[in-house]
Ligand binder design. Structure first.
Ligand code: NAG
Ligand code: NAG
Ligand code: NAG
Ligand code: NAG
Ligand code: NAG
Ligand code: NAG
Ligand code: NAG
Ligand code: NAG
Ligand code: NAG
Ligand code: NAG
Ligand code: NAG
Ligand code: NAG
Length: 632
């Protein structure tokens, strides 16, 4: 018996003791301040003033009101940002006055979307956030600082969900501050009886099961991430996703609205090794602190997520759920690719019809902790599945996806009572743009940070994901820029340099300026070879620093050394969609910028060579030489 199995059977004893089927007496609560002390959701008397299901027609009224408040803050942030930029022939004060005169309606809606790609995208994406923050003096010096303060939306999925959950949950500190928090978390991996150990996480899951909820490996992934990315007693169980809306910087509109995405599995899905895999057209769910749902089915309030509804009303007026929307579970759901990991393992990497990379060669030791400590390598995929089997009697097929009570359940029309969700990167779109391109959100400009390695063999980017988003947007009639296929992306170096799509309205799915302009930023080497394998979770301080510096160099184009006009060009794209609404004209400088940095609609579909770039900021420094310098 391995030590892991032995520990799991100890948990088994604990867990079985917990698993009697009583429902706790309704607790007294105040929904507007409820903070869980356990991972298990609680049941309370149902409120009478809640709209359980909202049709997917308009923007959620609370979000709309919050965005109005955010726009006032953004107008000030843009003012400072644009002042620093000194755009040629651009009358900044006239622009800002016009924004205010529009009652802030024409303040551009800006967003950043951080892709999946494991710790790698989590960290390079965190580096992107850092580079745009006006609280970083170097960012202001390089005239990109303040863009973060001008964003309305920040979306994430998979590894990209970690900064998107962690920063708002901590009331939006700077990246340099959050990294210190991440590093100082009670270390779940070094000490098996400390919080965050597999035993303790399985106990949390058992408590949730006992409270009457389905549990899965997503709960495990989420609780595990929580020890690293959330704060508060017992791995941050007091953090709920709806609770973000009560944090002071959210209330004061001093952070962007965080959105997570996940994809739905259905009975019609294809199966491999008995496990479901979503189609590319799978329903995309989004989670904001206000509500959870999809733009085809509708929405339910995040705070009450987990309540059993039938045809849109609680099945029992005495049993409504609080605390299901644990921020742990939000991360666990957004990163729930367990089905893929198993399939790719079991097929020896042969079955990988996905943009998600194979984890071959890493399956025995996927470490889940920030630092190199001894226990977590034992919590492998197999160990995890073994745990669910031996403790709860649940098979891989039962736990390889997140299971939530389905708010759209309908016994009369046969809509199932449970909702199954997985990591959205399985559905082909690894950059979480879908939420931001919904027409009701009226996005003007979105930065798509793509770091889900897809260009083989050196694990750089080839544009597959954003091209897929274009295809999906076109199929659904959503306004989005036309994005050419990977061959053109590679041949034109669009995955090595920042590129705008949709500057010319003709080059969008609708042929109108309703489409946002999208800045495609792929993780590419500037000062560092940031093509770590996506399963690497342990980074030396030197590596972390290099990742952040590389993202900084990407957003500043090496502090202007690669293109001195780049920061201004970025500013041009930021204001572009709003100019038209204000009756202002694009400046000559911006024309020049767009000519240089916007895709012009031409294709180059020749077979591209292998993408094997060097460091433009350290010409001649090979990967091997560089790699030798960063492991201490
Ligand atoms: C493990 O954690 C427990 C509880 O936090 C603590 O009492 C114990 O001293 C730790 N043991 C080691 C070896 O660090
Ligand atoms: C949820 O749990 C119930 C009770 O064990 C089970 O019948 C149901 O199939 C589970 N749902 C899913 C999606 O696994
Ligand atoms: C969780 O609890 C800790 C410690 O009491 C507190 O500092 C933190 O603000 C709480 N988190 C949230 C999101 O309320
Ligand atoms: C998605 O595509 C599959 C296969 O083409 C099709 O069977 C299914 O109905 C589609 N689902 C949706 C939600 O459009
Ligand atoms: C509703 O739930 C309460 C509390 O668990 C229970 O006492 C009651 O019997 C339930 N009502 C129905 C109709 O099931
Ligand atoms: C781009 O990446 C995808 C996913 O890895 C791969 O299937 C495809 O062949 C690549 N395309 C090109 C042109 O490199
Ligand atoms: C792409 O970059 C490579 C390497 O820097 C360069 O040789 C090539 O000319 C570039 N291609 C285009 C279309 O800019
Ligand atoms: C867009 O297309 C129309 C019709 O083909 C053309 O007249 C117009 O000049 C194009 N606009 C731009 C900016 O290319
Ligand atoms: C750009 O500035 C940052 C911050 O001062 C620095 O860390 C980075 O090395 C600089 N990049 C280059 C290419 O000089
Ligand atoms: C990273 O990229 C460089 C340049 O393409 C390549 O030489 C190196 O082998 C890559 N490293 C990994 C781990 O793929
Ligand atoms: C980078 O260097 C480390 C430490 O020397 C080594 O273990 C690793 O294999 C190297 N990586 C690659 C991709 O060569
Ligand atoms: C802490 C712990 O249990 N570590 C074990 C992880 O697995 C390796 C290999 O099976 C053991 O050598 C460690 O003791």
């Amino acid at each position: 018996m391995s030590s892991t199995t032995m520990k799991l059977s100890m948990v088994l004893v604990v867990a079985v003791g917990l698993m009697s089927n009583t429902i706790e007496a309704a607790a007294t609560f105040c929904p507007s301040t409820y903070q869980p002390t356990s991972y298990a959701p609680i049941s309370v008397e149902c409120p009478t003033d809640v709209q359980w299901i909202r049709p997917p027609t308009r923007l959620n009224p609370k979000e709309a009101e919050w965005v109005r408040g955010r726009k006032r803050v953004v107008a000030d942030a843009l003012d400072t940002y644009l002042e620093r930029l000194c755009l040629e022939d651009f009358d900044n004060s006239r622009y800002i006055r016009a924004l205010r005169r529009s009652d802030y309606a024409h303040v551009p809606t800006l967003g950043l979307a951080i892709s999946g790609g494991g710790y790698r995208s989590g960290y390079t994406g965190t580096g992107a956030i850092r580079a745009l923050d006006s609280r970083l003096e170097a960012a202001n010096e390089q005239r990109v600082g303040g863009l973060l303060q001008s964003l309305t939306y920040l979306s994430g999925l998979s590894g990209g969900s970690w900064p998107v959950v962690s920063l708002p949950s901590h009331n939006f500190p700077t990246v340099d501050e959050i990294v210190q928090i991440w590093l100082s978390q009670p270390d779940g991996s070094s000490n098996s009886s400390s919080p965050g150990s597999p035993e303790s996480i399985f106990e949390d899951i058992a408590a949730k099961l006992k409270a009457g909820f389905n549990v899965s490996a997503s709960d495990y992934l989420g609780r595990n991430s929580a020890y690293e990315f959330l704060s508060g007693p017992h791995g941050g169980v007091n953090n709920t996703w709806s609770g973000i809306a009560r944090l002071s910087n959210f209330v004061k509109h001093q952070m962007p609205l965080p959105i997570l995405q996940a994809s739905e599995l259905t009975d019609d899905d294809k199966e491999y090794f008995g496990l479901k895999v979503p189609y590319y057209n799978a329903t995309s769910y989004e989670m904001t602190p206000f509500e959870i749902g999809s733009w085809t089915k509708g929405f339910t309030p995040t705070e009450w997520m987990g309540t059993r509804l039938d045809d849109g009303v609680p099945v029992n007026g005495s049993i409504c759920t609080l605390g299901f929307d644990s921020s742990s579970l939000m991360m666990g759901t957004a990163t729930s690719a367990v089905n893929f990991w198993i399939i790719e393992n079991d097929s020896n990497g042969v079955l990988a019809p996905f943009p998600k990379r194979s984890i071959n060669g890493h399956k025995r030791s996927t470490p889940l902790s920030l630092r190199d400590l001894s226990l977590f390598p034992n919590a492998t995929l197999n160990g995890l599945l073994e745990g669910f089997k031996s403790i709860f009697g649940l098979s891989a097929a039962q736990v390889d996806h997140a299971i939530w009570p389905n708010p759209f359940a309908s016994s009369s029309s046969g809509i199932p009572r449970d909702l199954s969700l997985v990591d959205s990167s399985e559905a082909g779109q690894v950059v979480p743009l879908w939420s931001q391109i919904q027409p009701v959100r009226a996005s003007s400009f979105i930065i798509a940070w793509d770091d889900n390695p897809d260009a083989e063999p050196y694990a750089w980017l080839n544009g597959t994901s954003i091209h897929n988003t274009y295809l999906a947007a076109k199929a659904s009639g959503l306004p989005f820029p036309i994005v050419p296929p990977p061959r053109t992306m590679l041949n034109k170096n669009f995955t090595l340099r920042p590129t705008f799509f949709g500057c010319n309205a003709n080059l969008t799915t609708t042929g109108t300026t309703q489409s946002p302009i999208v800045l495609y930023m792929a993780n590419a080497p500037y000062s560092a070879y940031t093509n770590y394998t996506w399963t690497q979770s342990i980074f030396s301080n030197a590596q972390m620093y290099e990742i952040f510096d590389n993202s900084f160099n990407a957003f500043t184009q090496g502090n202007g050394t690669l293109d001195h006009e780049w920061p201004a060009c970025l500013g041009c794209a930021v204001v572009e969609r709003s100019l038209e609404k204000l009756g202002m004209r694009r400046t000559k400088q911006c024309e020049r910028c767009f000519k240089k940095h916007c895709w012009d609609g031409t294709y180059d579909e020749r077979e591209p060579g292998i993408l094997d770039p060097g460091l433009p900021l350290a010409p001649g420094l090979s990967f091997a030489e560089w790699n030798a310098t960063i492991w201490n």
